[in-house]
Design a protein around this ligand. Structure first.
Ligand code: HEC
Length: 157
């Protein structure tokens, strides 16, 4: 196994351990595919979820998440500027911020446990949504990611 392969493995193994929503997201290095501000659902390459999950995820997102993250998952425009209380506003989940930097495991944990333990204020959903429901919500969120972003996310997970 060559050095490059080892390096790749290192990245794949360590990335999912990063905590969700670091306190200073603006300092995070953006590994860019060019990020478009569009909120339209982009054309879909082959994804891990079914259309049933998407439909369910849409309902659950509107009921549980839209109040903060906006009905189209576009969140807050100035998501990396702290508010008056020093906390960060709900970020876009649609691929324009850094949600796609997180592995499925981390994304599930954020929704299950919320952000309070990490210094944020997103509520925990472990008592409201079961694992299948959380996966469905995340499917709907990911359906807003461009193929380019989805492929980068996939290749890291
Ligand atoms: C009361 C407002 C609120 C609600 C409701 C809410 N969130 Fe959040 N969410 C936030 C905030 C604020 C953050 C940033 C971290 C923090 O402060 O806890 C966040 C962060 C996230 C992140 C991490 C984003 C990133 O780029 O790292 C994900 C994923 C997420 N929310 C998904 C959801 C989903 C899915 C739901 C519904 C099941 C939901 N949120 C409901 C406020 C909310």
């Amino acid at each position: 196994m060559g050095i490059i392969m080892l390096k790749f493995l290192f990245i794949v193994v360590t990335l999912p351990l990063l905590p969700a929503c670091e306190k200073a997201p603006e300092n995070q290095q953006e590994i860019s595919p060019s990020v478009s501000a569009s909120t339209q659902t982009p054309p879909q390459s082959k994804r891990w979820y079914t259309s049933e999950q998407l439909a369910k995820g849409y309902q659950l997102f509107q009921a549980n998440c839209a109040a903060c993250h906006q009905p189209d998952a576009s969140g807050t425009k100035e998501w990396n500027k702290p508010m008056a209380d020093g906390k960060y506003p709900p970020p876009p989940l649609n691929g324009t911020a850094h949600t796609w930097h997180h592995s499925m495991r981390v994304l599930r944990r954020v929704v299950n446990k919320g952000g309070v333990k990490l210094g944020g204020w997103m509520p925990a959903f472990e008592n409201q949504l079961n694992n299948q429901e959380i996966d469905a919500v995340l499917a709907w969120v990911q359906s807003h990611w461009s193929d380019e972003i989805y492929q980068v996310w996939l290749s890291r997970n």
